[in-house]
Design a protein around this ligand. Sequence first.
Ligand code: SF4
Ligand code: SF4
Length: 100
Amino acid sequence: MAQKAKTKTKAAGKTSASAASGKAEKNKKLYTVIFFHDWCKSCGLCSAFCVKKIILTNETGQPYIEEMDSCIGCRFCEIHCPDFAITIKNRYPERRHTDG
Ligand code: SF4
Ligand code: SF4
């Protein structure tokens, strides 16, 4: 009986932990990274400086984002771009990025 009660408490703890993480996920701030490709000279600095390593480069060296929702909005890429070719914008949590 005591064992059963213990199991029950453990399960309840798990539920509240997952509810908390679900709430945190819901309230997570999201950002959109915008590249101005006409200004970009494909130097790769933004990719090298991205703290989350989500800026990749294509075969011509142009940057693109792999997982937009993983961006933490630190603006490190924006600050280090020598050609002012990056802007970070806030995004509402419910507007999740779907096209990569
Ligand atoms: S740092 Fe700026 S210029 Fe260099 S690849 Fe990134 S966007 Fe292009
Ligand atoms: S704002 Fe920060 S996390 Fe987001 S793409 Fe730029 S360097 Fe990476």
